[in-house]
Structures are given as structure tokens and as C-alpha cells.
Design a protein around this ligand. Sequence first.
Ligand code: NDP
Length: 253
Amino acid sequence: MSGRLAGTVALVTGASSGIGAATAGSLAAEGAAVAVLARRRERLEDLAGSIRATGGTVLVVEADITDQPAAAAAVEQVVAELGRLDTVVNNAGIMLVGPVADAPTEEWEQMLAVNVQGMLYVTRAALPHLLRAVEDSPRRVADLVNISSTAGRVARPGTAVYNLTKFGLNAFSEALRQEVGPKRLRVSVVEPGTVDTELSSHVRDGVREAIVRQVEGMELLRPEDIADAVTYIVTRDRRVAVNEMLVRAAEQT
Ligand code: NDP
């Protein structure tokens, strides 16, 4: 396929729904061969079918990124089957919010496992391949895009542990950016506002209603809006690094 990412390979985690699915579609439309990773294989197969229907190349990778060996094996599978790795979008994430005082601690463990540890495992496994891609590619650049949140910039009551994971992701990304930027591996953070996805459906009863009330009547972002942001970042000329992009719904405070 032609496009600004023709000849490159991208891995998108959390691609079975929402932002990840839209991002995979957008990168494929730019000509990247795309590996779509998540736990729900059927959803990935559906997405793969729609990408193939438009002439794109796609690899379905069923994996749980909280399992370190599985995350590493998933990255190796992408390189073995698609030949290289130029772009990684660390998008998989969960938001199990609610006040700290009465929170079930398993929710904290799950959020830390996916949003922090899983992201680290994928990043660690991908880095050697991304650095090699810089050398190999005519573009002479590679990209790691981490999906954070407005919650990575502003802490609010009721979202403390989610804030912790996303502030942490931002800090990690900034430090890593300085480590690998000089090698032309660009590290970027995208901070979405409220996007219409499945994310809040996992919030426990009693808390979810408050979240829904907060955004009632507001025109939310669509997954495609964040896919656009990611695609903008990874299609810049190699001399340009967009380090951070905060994208709120227009009416969001
Ligand atoms: P969705 O719930 O629609 O998508 C989350 C994705 O993460 C799914 O594909 C899910 O797939 C995947 N995932 C969850 N756990 C794992 C795991 N252990 N291993 C592999 N994949 C996993 O939510 P969004 O699209 O909204 O969220 C995407 C990212 O955007 C998240 O990091 C979120 O924090 C961030 N974000 C979202 C906002 C919003 O308002 N929606 C706002 C700001 C940031 P599966 O269950 O099949 O494994």
C-alpha cells in the first residue's frame, strides 16, 4: 500500500476497541503493516478483516501485556512475521476509578499491571527493534507513542490511582525520550480528554454513574480524533519530534 508509512511496521496495543482500533486503522491507511494486539481475538479478527478489505496488511496478536513473557513474545512475533518494527503505540489501558478510601485494592493492582507494567514490558521488548529500525529505514526515524490522558496532567478527586499511572507514564516517557531521542527514536505522549469508548464501562457500579453524569450533554471526542493525533505525530519529517499532545473535547473543562 502507498502512504506516508509505506514500508514500515506498527504495533498497536489495546487494538480490540476504542482508540487502539481507530489508530490501527489510521496507520494502516497510511500504508503501515499493522500488528493489532489485545486479549479478545475475535474483536481483533473483525478489525483485521476491515483493514484487509481496504488493502492493508495486518497481523493479529492475542496477548495479555501484564504477562511479561507473553508481552515479549508478542513483540518478537511481530518482528518475525512482519520483518521489522518502526512504530509502537502503547495504548492498552484501563480506568477503574473511585475514591481511595473504599476502593477494592484489586482495582489498583489491575491498573498498575496494565497501564504501568504492561506498558513497560512492551516498551522494553520493542526498544532494540525500534532502534534497529532507525538504522534500516529510509525514514531514519522510529516512534514510540504512549497514550496517557488529561489525567496524566491534572489530578482530581476520585481518580487518584488512575492519575498515578498516567502521571507515571508521562514521567517515564519524558526520561526515555531523553535517553533515545538522540538516536532518532522519538518518544511522544498523547493525552486524550474524554473519548467515547468502552473505557468507563469497566468502572464499578455506583461510581460509573457519576462519571456518566459529568459528561452528560457534552459532545465527546471520537476514537478517530486520537488516531488522527497519533498519525500526525508519526508522519512528521524526521527532523520534527512532537513530544506531547493534549487533545480535549471542545466543551471539556
Ligand atoms: P477501551 O476500553 O475501548 O480499550 C482498551 C483496550 O486495552 C482494549 O483493546 C483492551 O483489549 C486493551 N487491554 C486491556 N487490558 C489489556 C491487557 N492486559 N493486555 C492487552 N490489552 C489490554 O478504552 P480506550 O480506547 O478509551 O482506551 C485506550 C487508552 O486511552 C487507555 O490507555 C486509556 O487510559 C486512554 N485514555 C482514554 C480516554 C477515554 O476517555 N476513553 C481518555 C484518556 C486516555 P482486551 O480487553 O481485548 O484485552
